[in-house]
Design a protein around this ligand. Structure first.
Ligand code: GLY
Length: 377
């Protein structure tokens, strides 16, 4: 992580697909234009770029002007497309709308696609950038905490099919990611807290010092203190980037560590009905339940679960599985793509900062942790 107090830069080292993530708040005039220009210069497609299509949603469209102005300031011909906000937009019909817009610009292989929004816009715009003309340069401007610390880093882009999330997709790295943490000041409280679950996850899977730091600054983080938010976002990106660098195309299993809390979390999210629980809320519940599973294997003591649980509660996140339908939860977990040979696989903690992939837990252990109620208030 490099930079002064107001700007932190994270380098994502992926050979010819390397790029930078710039984390800023209150950036000076010209900072975004300069960063886009530097990002464009890194590759053939970017160096020939004359035109940009900004993809955003109806909630964020009122805030897009500084971005379009920054792109116009480096002599790009800028167009924008606004889609309905929400997960339903991550579909083939909306992708077709973007393709149609690109055809009529007209776009060529140098046209920059700029995703301005949360995870849905990043995944959808990224998917169209990956596939139109066999790949256009992509620049990400994530605006939600979850998108800033998770979905904008890693290169996985995609859309949903009816009943199947993220089933159609690609690996397509951006040429740059611009994170202005000022955009979080207007993020609804529940959305902000949901993003914090993924931040805590990074501490649990990779960095005990980061976990300590989050614990020590709960009040500043909840108050969205700019200094602490910038550090937290940049460190999260840096940790995710380390994992992605080690396993860019999800082939060695190393990337699986990012799934801590997600085997149970996805099942909780899916069985509640998508939209009932936010993703981060489900991950918070999943992390605590998966810690209990690690306790049953003798991997951790109860103190680790208690520490995680207290932190999540302090951050205003849920920690208890509400569903009493353990069969439905287990059936949902059985469909997880990490599974091998019919066994449900989990990423479980060995201690704060270290996790391991395993298929050891048996069904009765899984069932037991799904029905455990939190001892905390
Ligand atoms: N886009 C999210 C990831 O690659 O993990």
């Amino acid at each position: 992580m490099h930079g002064g107090d107001d700007a932190l830069r994270v380098a994502v080292e992926l050979g010819p697909r390397s790029y930078d993530i710039q984390v800023v708040s209150n950036p000076g005039p010209g900072a975004l234009s300069g960063f886009v220009q530097d990002s464009l210069r890194r590759g053939w497609a970017g160096r020939g770029c004359r035109r940009a299509l900004v993809v955003t949603d109806a909630h964020l469209a009122p805030f897009v002007q500084p971005l379009t102005a920054a792109l116009a300031a480096i002599d790009l011909d800028v167009a924008a497309i606004t889609l309905p906000a929400g997960e339903a937009s991550k579909c083939l019909d909306r992708a077709a709308e973007i393709y149609d817009r690109l055809v009529h610009l007209p776009a060529d292989r140098h046209t920059l696609v700029v995703a301005f929004g949360g995870g849905v816009i990043g995944d959808l715009a990224g998917f169209t950038a990956a596939t139109f003309a066999r790949g256009l340069p992509l620049f990400m401007v994530p605006t939600s905490l979850l998108a800033q610390v998770d979905s904008s880093v890693g290169g996985k882009v995609g859309i949903n099919l009816p009943g199947a999330k993220n089933l159609v997709g690609a690996f397509h790295q951006p040429i740059g990611v611009w994170i202005d943490t000022d955009s979080l000041t207007t993020l609804p409280e529940a959305e902000y807290r949901s993003g914090l679950a993924e931040v805590v996850k990074y501490g649990m899977i990779l960095d005990p010092g980061f976990f300590d730091e989050i614990e020590a600054h709960v009040s500043q983080i909840l108050a969205r203190d700019p200094f602490h938010v910038r550090r937290m976002v940049a460190r999260s990106c840096e940790l995710k980037a380390q994992v992605v660098t080690a396993d860019e195309f999800e082939q060695t299993g190393l990337r699986a560590v990012l799934n801590f809390g997600h085997t149970i979390g996805h099942a909780v999210e899916a069985t509640a009905g998508y939209g009932e629980l936010r993703h981060g809320e489900a991950v918070a519940i999943g992390m605590v339940a998966e810690c209990r599973l690690a306790e049953r294997l003798g991997w951790i003591g109860q103190d680790v679960t208690a520490r995680l649980e207290s932190l999540l509660i302090a951050l205003g996140l849920p920690v208890t599985v509400q569903s009493t339908d353990a069969d439905a939860l287990i059936a949902s977990m059985a469909r997880d793509k990490k599974n091998r040979g019919g066994r449900i696989r989990f990423v479980l903690p060995r201690r704060v900062g270290t996790v391991e992939l395993t298929d050891v837990p048996n069904e009765s252990a899984i069932r037991a942790v799904l029905t455990t109620r939190s001892a905390s208030p």
